[in-house]
Design a protein around this ligand. Structure first.
Ligand code: BGC
Length: 385
């Protein structure tokens, strides 16, 4: 067993947290007084990653014994990097992202971010609740998108990495009453855990002191080939949804839950994304109504890249999935490796409640009341076929 130098220490939640990295010999991380530690699973480490809003930003690295490595920043609860093996034994990054904080401060379209207080759109940036009208920031035409001007993707979260040797990180953020126009003080926590089954489990919890809409999700853009120039039109997608929510020209659901049968939205049998995308004006950017047969957290979708053999499975407790085919990517942003990110260079599979639910009484409610606990779980699992 190797002796390793402690590489990081930081004050978290009032206690000293120590981690080390570099070996894999099966013992849990431990701290000792002379700043050295022996470890095994090198499960989570952290590094300073700059500063914004007068707060320290950190970049955390979670690794498992399969060699999967996921980096997450407490700026925006952002997954910046997700490196996994392929069938030939190579490794590459399957998400869009940048190596430095400055890339994120330039406001890319939510690369890897935690989205809140409300994922996706609310029509006309307005809703009423308990007899009161609320005006939100109109940051997407006349609508509000992904929490407003400064959503949860643009704030610095408090971070508590696991101290038990597991590759896990818990972030928390208090969104104050009236922030971006929303009612109530909302305390949210998001726990990321990388399992030995190559799953990233994301667990969202929240509580409020006044009724408020809540819809938290993660906005990772995947390209399973690891090469954005190849795009995602050749990826194969399966979604367990017999219905989807059609939208108007501003991408607000019409309220209808429409059958996918005989349409390009039918992914109940696998199809490549490129096969029918030309029949969808603007490309796919739609919420799918998940069938949710089989348990609390069934497999609801999978995505596969046959060239690398990588398959991404999505499991969730949520009723909806936003499949966004990267339609607004246009080659102006560069990925971490300097490669321009073209239209359809990557795609998102965002587990969620339906867009505009606060104005659509027939949709499952997104209103969280005082005394209730918001709790949703999503797992992204990578396998090699
Ligand atoms: C939305 C898209 C939007 C994208 C990035 C997705 O969740 O559905 O319409 O362009 O996020 O902003």
């Amino acid at each position: 067993m190797k002796k390793l130098t402690m590489v990081s220490s930081l004050l978290v939640a009032g206690s000293l947290f120590f981690v080390s990295c570099g070996n894999n010999e099966g013992k849990t991380a431990s701290a000792n007084a002379d700043s050295t530690t022996t470890t095994t699973s090198a499960a989570v480490s952290s590094a300073p990653w700059g500063e914004t809003d007068g707060k320290q930003v950190q970049l955390f690295t979670l690794v498992n014994k399969k060699g999967t490595q996921i980096k997450i920043s407490n700026y925006g609860g952002t997954i910046t990097s997700w490196v996994v093996a392929d069938k030939a034994g190579g490794k590459s990054n399957i998400v869009l992202g940048f190596d430095s904080l400055s890339g994120y401060l330039a406001k890319p379209p939510y690369f890897g971010a935690t989205i809140g207080r409300y994922g996706n759109r609310i029509a006309n940036a307005k809703f009423s609740l308990d007899g009161q009208n609320y005006q939100l920031a109109a940051n997407n035409g006349k609508n509000t998108l992904h929490g407003g001007n400064k959503g949860f993707d643009k704030v610095v979260w408090d971070a508590a990495p696991a101290t038990d040797g597991t590759p896990s990180l818990t972030l928390s953020y208090l969104s104050k009453e009236s922030e971006e126009g929303y009612p109530g003080n909302l305390k949210s926590t998001v726990k990321f855990t990388l399992t030995e089954d190559n799953e990233l489990q994301i667990e969202y919890n929240a509580e409020t002191d006044k009724a408020t809409p809540v819809n938290l999700t993660n906005h990772s853009y995947f390209n399973l080939s690891g090469d954005v120039s190849k795009g995602i039109l050749g990826h194969t997608l399966w979604i367990d949804a017999d219905r989807y929510t059609p939208v108007d020209t501003t991408l607000i659901p019409t309220g209808e839950l429409k059958s996918v049968k005989g349409t390009p939205f039918d992914f109940t049998t696998p199809h490549t994304i490129g096969e029918r995308i030309a029949q969808v004006p603007g490309g796919y950017d739609h919420n799918f109504v998940l069938n949710k047969k089989g348990g609390d957290m069934p497999l609801v979708a999978w995505l596969q890249d046959s060239t690398t053999g990588r398959k991404l499975e999505v499991y969730t407790t949520e009723p909806g999935l936003q499949f966004y085919s990267g339609n607004f990517l246009d080659g102006t942003l560069k990925n971490r490796d300097g490669q321009a990110i073209p239209k359809h260079g990557a795609l998102c599979l965002e587990t969620q409640h339906f867009p505009d639910s606060p104005n659509q009484p027939s949709f499952p409610t997104t209103i969280l009341k005082p005394g209730e606990k918001y709790h949703t779980v999503t797992r992204y699992k990578i396998t090699i076929q």
